[in-house]
Design a protein around this ligand. Structure first.
Ligand SMILES: Nc1ncnc2c1ncn2[C@@H]1O[C@H](COP(=O)(O)OP(=O)(O)OP(=O)(O)O)[C@@H](O)[C@H]1O
Ligand SMILES: [Mg+2]
Length: 239
């Protein structure tokens, strides 16, 4: 679904991505694990069109080149980005946040379809239905994360990008978030997850990449990476 080749991204003199290549096959959950500053957010922001790569390509479904497209056009192509730190609209209700998530597709789907999509999000995250009239800013961190994922799903993405959904959450809430990601995978949603919590991410992913200083150092089946001594050594205690 998503094929990235030799991606280079810099912030001035800081070379944040140095030749990253990776694949997200249809219906799979792929994770990129790496520590602070490794380049994970940079990777997702580049896919979404928020950063401009100096070199490389990002192909969607084997035919659409995303490099050079404006962010709203990337969204319209079917890439949804659930950003680092969640960024829900705090003053808006849960339902209004979901409606805003549908904005990119509303032209195609119409009101009735959108209501169905909201119901669908409520089926996946029942807590959001209970809180549907509540201001998003008053939700707990875990609930806000569910809302951010739900909002991203409202655009009916072909691929969902998730930036550290575990950030700032208590361990039991992290369990819950990862359970939901496993359910989304069961529903056939294609996902690219970036995480510092290596073992949590590998526990839910099909395939994994390890990124360090803007370069992919190790890749493989998630179950194999989990037992890889290099990964164990680098991420012991990393969730
Ligand atoms: N706006 C910016 N200007 C300059 N350098 C930046 C900027 N944003 C990120 N960087 C640098 O690029 C590198 C990659 O940052 P990035 O945010 O992608 O890391 P990350 O893997 O998402 O880290 P974290 O796990 O802490 O979120 C870091 O060295 C960072 O300092
Ligand atoms: Mg980050």
């Amino acid at each position: 679904m998503l094929e990235i080749k030799d991606l280079h991204v810099s912030y001035g003199l800081v070379r944040a991505l140095q030749g990253v290549s990776l694949n997200v096959p249809d219906g799979k959950l792929v994770c990129v694990i790496g520590s602070n500053g490794a380049g994970k957010t940079t990777l997702l922001r580049s896919i979404s069109g928020l950063l401009k790569p100096s070199q490389g390509s990002i192909q969607l479904a084997g035919k659409e080149e995303l490099v050079g497209r404006k962010p709203h056009m990337v969204t319209r192509s079917g890439v949804a980005h659930c950003p680092e730190g969640r960024r829900v609209f705090p003053e808006q209700t849960v339902t209004d946040n979901l409606i805003l998530g549908a904005f990119s597709t509303m032209k195609k789907t119409g009101q009735a379809e959108m209501r169905k999509d909201i119901q669908n999000v409520f089926t996946i995250f029942p807590r959001l239905q209970e809180r549907r009239e509540q201001q998003a800013g008053t939700l707990s961190g875990g609930e806000q994360q569910m809302l951010a994922i739900g909002r991203a799903l409202m655009s009916r993405p072909r691929v969902l990008l998730l930036d550290e959904p575990s950030m700032g959450l208590a361990p039991v809430i992290i369990d819950e978030v990862f359970k939901r990601l496993a359910e989304l995978k069961e529903r056939g949603i294609t996902m690219l997850l970036v995480e510092q919590l290596a073992f949590r991410a590998l526990g839910v992913a099909d395939y994994g990449y390890v990124i360090e200083n803007g370069k992919i150092m190790i890749e493989g089946e998630a179950s194999k990476l989990m037992n890889d001594p290099r990964v164990k050594e680098a991420y012991l205690g990393g969730g």
